[in-house]
Design a protein around this ligand. Structure first.
Ligand SMILES: NC(=O)c1ccc[n+]([C@@H]2O[C@H](COP(=O)([O-])OP(=O)(O)OC[C@H]3O[C@@H](n4cnc5c(N)ncnc54)[C@H](OP(=O)(O)O)[C@@H]3O)[C@@H](O)[C@H]2O)c1
Length: 319
């Protein structure tokens, strides 16, 4: 089974690529910048030029492909690209996949999209889910929770740099996940026929309130966080709040994400049933505290190495 992964340079995409290669799948990635994607080539991926905003580049990427895994989304710093990538580009991708007789199309959406049509990205995600279901291509949709990776920027770095940590006054629990685990579910779905034409709500096994994440980071960093609380209702009043939404890019967007993920379907019985179906033991899932511990250990080691290099340089100058 040959895979086309779109978004291979992204946070989730690179985990998908790594695990797909480890499992022995031939992997092609559609990329728009060969230099940036060079690390994927070094891993053993076939790189093909393609840009979702340039429809003519899409069909050639699909030649000889059995399954498409689409982990792409518009970059928040490319302000005018939201509709071009997450709507026009995806429609063209689905059409081209249909024409290429692709046997499976995996799409990543987010939890509760249907309830947040006032947020442009959510509206587009929901629209693409619908289009994909109607396309006739065998599909699997994963509605995802937040990624651990995004929490580093939101909590760990501000605490380490003594900057404010912004939270809402809602103490909601969110069952975030590591992208490595999301990638495992995704690749497992290719081996389980019952996952065809299904939508899965994928969550971690433990819900975390922002206060708990802050305490954890405070312990690991050995310093107190400067917490700034913003009531959700106040955020909603801010004009333009729902104008553009991208994960983890600015404070109001991150906080909006908390609201989107704030539902009972996180961390529930259905999550455990889902794990059972995918034959993934919940005890194998990377825990948030372990993830943060590893991050802080790596960071401290890097700081020690930098410090050691500086001392060596100074010694060399003296000699
Ligand atoms: N992050 C979250 O917490 C979260 C939560 C729920 C769902 N999701 C969904 O999960 C998926 C993966 O998210 P992520 O955070 O891993 O994404 P990401 O890190 O922002 O990566 C986005 C990827 O899309 C590619 N891309 C952007 N514009 C493109 C274009 N015009 N043509 C081709 N490729 C393009 C980027 O390539 P370049 O490197 O060239 O820019 C990059 O590889 C997305 O569908 C996202 O909506 C994410």
């Amino acid at each position: 089974m040959s895979l086309l992964i779109i978004g291979g340079t992204g946070t989730l995409g690179r985990q998908l690529v790594l695990q797909a290669l480890t499992k022995g799948y031939p992997v092609r990635c559609m990329v728009r910048n060969f230099r940036k994607a060079n690390f994927l080539k070094e891993w053993g991926v076939e790189l093909v030029y393609g840009d979702l905003t340039r429809p003519e580049t899409i069909p050639p990427c699909l030649k000889g492909i059995t399954a498409v895994i689409d982990a792409s989304t518009s970059r928040a710093n490319e302000l005018d690209s939201l509709k071009k990538v997450d709507w026009d580009g995806k429609l063209c991708l689905i059409e081209s996949a249909k024409a290429a007789n692709v046997k499976r199309f995996i799409f990543f959406s987010t939890q509760n999209v249907e309830q947040f049509e006032n947020i442009p990205l959510m509206k587009l995600k929901y629209g693409i889910e619908t289009k994909l279901k109607k396309s006739g291509i065998p599909y699997t949709i994963f509605r995802l929770t937040g990624f651990y990776q995004g929490l580093i920027e939101q909590y760990a770095i501000p605490i380490l740099e003594n900057l404010p940590v912004w939270v809402t006054n809602e103490n909601t629990n969110i069952a975030y996940m590591d992208t490595q685990d999301i990638a495992r579910f995704c690749l497992r779905s290719l081996q389980i026929p019952q996952t065809t034409n299904e939508t899965f709500f994928l969550s971690g096994v433990k819900g975390w309130a922002s206060s708990e994440i802050i305490s954890l980071c405070e312990q690991l960093a050995g310093q107190k966080a400067k917490v700034q609380k913003v009531p959700l209702f106040a955020l909603k009043l801010v004009s333009g709040f729902f104008g553009f939404f991208e994960w983890g890019q600015n404070i109001s967007d991150r906080l909006a994400f908390v609201e989107i993920l704030n539902t009972e379907n996180n961390f529930s019985k259905s999550t455990f049933e889902l794990y059972k179906m995918f034959k993934i033991d919940s005890s194998e899932i990377i825990q948030l505290d372990d993830y943060f511990l590893e991050y802080f250990i790596r960071l401290l080691k890097r700081l020690r190495d930098i410090n050691f290099e500086d001392v060596q340089k100074q010694k060399n100058l003296i000699i």
